[in-house]
Design a protein around this ligand. Sequence first.
Ligand code: DON
Length: 578
Amino acid sequence: MLSRLRKGSMRYLMIALLLFWQGSLAAKVVSYGVEEDIFHPVYAKNGMVSSVNSTATRAGVEVLKKGGNAVDAAVAIGYVLAVAHPQAGNIGGGGFMLLRTKEGKTTAIDFREMAPSKATRDMFLDEKGDADAKKSLTSHLASGVPGTVAGFALANKEYGSMPMAELIKPAIRLARDGFPVNEALADDLDVYGREVLLNNPTSRAIFFKPDGTPWKKGETLVQTNLAHSLSLIAKEGPDAFYKGKIADEIVAEMSQHGGLISKEDMANYKAVERTPVSGTYKGYEIFSMPPPSSGGIHIVQIMNILENFDLKSMGQNSADAIHVMSEAMKYAYADRSEYLGDPDFIKVPVKALTSKAYAKQLASQIVMDKANPSANIKPGKLAPYESDQTTHFSVVDSQGNAVAVTYTLNTNFGSGIVAGKSGILLNNQMDDFSAKPGVPNVYGLIGGEANAVQAGKRPLSSMSPTIVTKDGKVVLVTGSPGGSRIITTVLQIVLNTIEFNMNIAEATNAPRIHHQWLPEEIRIEKGISTDTINLLEKKGHKVSVKPTMGSTQSIVVTPEGLFGAADPRSKDDLAAGY
Ligand code: DON
């Protein structure tokens, strides 16, 4: 009898402990090493890096181990990616850094490319007045003035702790001595490289062998000219790039081939520190990139709409949850096409778009059993381009600083043009402008007046480096490439973590969905069940299974330590810490 009683009370004790434990899991936004986890994040106690390239991740961890902070590590990673991941890593492109200091200050560094001073509104139209994607993607007109070198210099000056020259060293070594080409680069050279690099002699000389075949996996890629450019930046600072020898190379390349970037454009480039966009969701604070990115505004807007629904009880990736999320996404992308652009040129209604009242009004228009048809705007023909280039990396250090960087050449290898002897691949970010109102860009995004080409303007972006906090403490650092899909990919990482209580590996690996208003379809990855698709179709949605979306690099911060997850959709990426 006594032993039966004991057994009974033991059982109650076990259940009580289990309930308590599950409750605390929910509070921690992450679980690990427990039986119900289907995927496991990488764990580290002190510092963590997640990036698309294992060499870059290791270089970042080394900086952290040496006592550098998260900004130092981010700068070193950014330079290494410019060598080892030339599909998107760059010094000839631009991007955004979102950072949260250990003191709790959150800030954003905008190093987006700027349109050259000779850029004009109709520069990407052909003689018939139609948008000419070749001009905006693969010609010398495709490049904006690069911002990466200035952005990293600003971050280093304001928030770094190590000398810049020290942080560029690993990249110089890698470019000078070479590195074994990984599978991701070999594959991309074989597909996209043949399209955009092969016909440019300066690019071909670097990325292809004399017989015209691209470097293969395991072969050593040496980039002597790039090593020289990097050494100049290490020695002379950003002036080498914007005013010195490198500027000369870029400007000469432009003037010989009908490009617009001038010496003055290079000298006038400025990285800008901006206030992040922020919002709240069920007790969490969301910080993300402000204009000229649309990402922060629309992540907050969609989350504000979703806060009006009980997503959790609908279930992650259930038909109802996907329906509500898609409807919310449509409103956001419709607003994007109208209101978003460079804040230095147009007034972006940030407050109105991210207000809870506006979201409530939009939420009230969502009907549970029926999809609203997208407005009847002719979307035009979409380019069948499926590259996922742009790259994101996240860093958290032992002091509690957190950094999220998304930067890019735009599509794979940018314009495909290496500027003269600089070894530097140039971006094709000008395609992110709206070449003609109502005509979609390479990501199917439509824009208008607010994002028209204009001298000195920054093209509208979707890049969304994002940091989530609770009670003033960082809980999640994340971001992704994916063009128009960046916003919805990042949104799902945040929701999977804080709403659906998945650990960061589960949140990352879960199949993704995307709606961008036009084209009128929910795009999904493999792994959403046929039953769910049928239910969505019954509500009136068109559902298309398409290639994977994004390559997220995320870190969750808990009192127990750091949990990282690189995206299994990318080859050769790595989350690691110490
Ligand atoms: O800034 C933007 O939104 C785009 N240039 C990003 C490009 C990108 O993510 C490429 N990957 N699909």
